[in-house]
Write a protein that binds this ligand. Structure first.
Ligand SMILES: C[S@@+](CC[C@H](N)C(=O)[O-])C[C@H]1O[C@@H](n2cnc3c(N)ncnc32)[C@H](O)[C@@H]1O
Length: 326
């Protein structure tokens, strides 16, 4: 009897939607520029109420995919290292993943402030851990770059450890596909450990599938139209992101995406597009003109940007929007 009640509560937390309380919002353990965690409270209420299948066309850290109420989520991103990592999170035991991370941290002698604090490493929280971790991080990156053609649990976890210790937790590869991000200020702190743990629990408990592919290869006709919803959160044409430096987002891709969304609309399928109309003195006129066919929801960007209060000048104004066809 006790067990039955327990199962009921767990199911309620993760998916019986309207019947039980709303799901707890989970923050991705990967910090992508343009990650939508802080905008979820504004975006999610604008999504369709009943979704059977949601296609997350530019999944990134999956802040949206893991938090949407949908029966099934198809997550697509062209960054195969990221997709491989998410599939490892789904397939492998959570304790094994954590152990793998701690083993790599120990192997490369990287800082563990969650055990020793900052002073132990001759650093403080404000300046961060870059000075202590730099040479160790370079060795980790070199080790990772040597595993070019390998596909393994170890390689995926190494990739994740790189993102933990990297500058602003970002990801960057050069033209030859080698990771070249510099060291950052932080380590595997308890907050991040908590996010990772909850994230793994969530993706194991919902019907979510991760695919490494380009958005252009989406075959929309293979999906049942009923209850289908496409969400697109592409790199923004007028802003910069490290994951976008090679094979970057350009005008051609922007137009191809807008055309794809028009086709999706013609098929009677609902879509939502995240983007910025204006940022740092630049304006995306193509997007602005295209958006007039649809519904533009203006979001409160200052809520998403902790630096906003420091830079209120007109040139730094950002107009963040969600464009929907419903
Ligand atoms: C703004 S991020 C998505 C953030 C995500 N919505 C979140 O909240 O965590 C954009 C993503 O688009 C991916 N991307 C860029 N070009 C792509 C393409 N041609 N096809 C598929 N994904 C692409 C990048 O790898 C990046 O992960």
């Amino acid at each position: 009897m006790g067990n039955l009640i327990l199962i009921g509560i767990c199911r309620g937390e993760y998916g019986l939607g309207n019947i039980m309380d709303k799901k707890e919002l989970i923050k991705s353990p990967l910090n992508f520029t343009g990650g939508k965690f802080r905008l979820l409270n504004q975006i999610l209420p604008l999504f369709p109420k009943e979704i059977d299948t949601m296609i997350d066309l530019f999944s990134g850290g999956s802040n949206v995919g893991v938090n949407i109420e949908a029966k099934k989520i198809i997550s697509i991103d062209h960054q195969n290292q990221l997709i491989s990592l998410f599939n490892t999170f789904i397939d492998q035991n959570k304790d094994k993943v954590f152990q793998g991370i701690f083993d790599i941290i120990d192997k490369y002698n990287l800082s563990k402030t969650f055990e020793h604090g900052y002073k132990y490493y001759g650093c403080n929280s404000m300046d961060g851990l870059g000075k202590y971790n730099k040479s160790k991080f370079v060795k980790l990156r070199e080790g990772y770059n040597r595993l070019v053609d390998e596909e393994s649990f170890y390689k995926d976890i190494m990739f994740y450890v790189i993102t933990i210790y990297a500058f602003n937790n970002q990801i960057r590869f050069n033209k030859k596909g080698k990771c070249n991000i510099p060291v950052g200020k932080r380590d595997f702190n308890l907050n991040l450990q908590r996010n990772l743990s909850k994230f793994i629990d969530r993706i194991k408990s919902i019907d979510i599938q991760f695919y490494a592919m380009d958005f252009k290869d989406l075959s929309i006709n293979t999906y049942d139209k009923k209850g289908l919803f496409v969400y697109a959160d592409p790199p923004y044409l007028i802003t910069r992101a490290t994951y976008n430096e090679q094979n970057g987002w350009d005008l051609i891709k922007e137009k191809e995406l807008l055309e794809l969304l028009d086709q999706i609309d013609l098929k009677g399928i609902k879509f939502a597009l995240s983007n910025v109309i204006e940022s740092n003195g630049k304006r995306n006129y193509i997007l602005e003109k295209w958006s007039k066919k649809y519904k533009v929801h203006y979001l409160n960007y200052s809520y998403n940007n902790s630096n906003y209060q420091k830079s209120k000048s007109r040139s730094s104004k950002t107009i963040e929007v969600l464009i929907t066809n419903y």
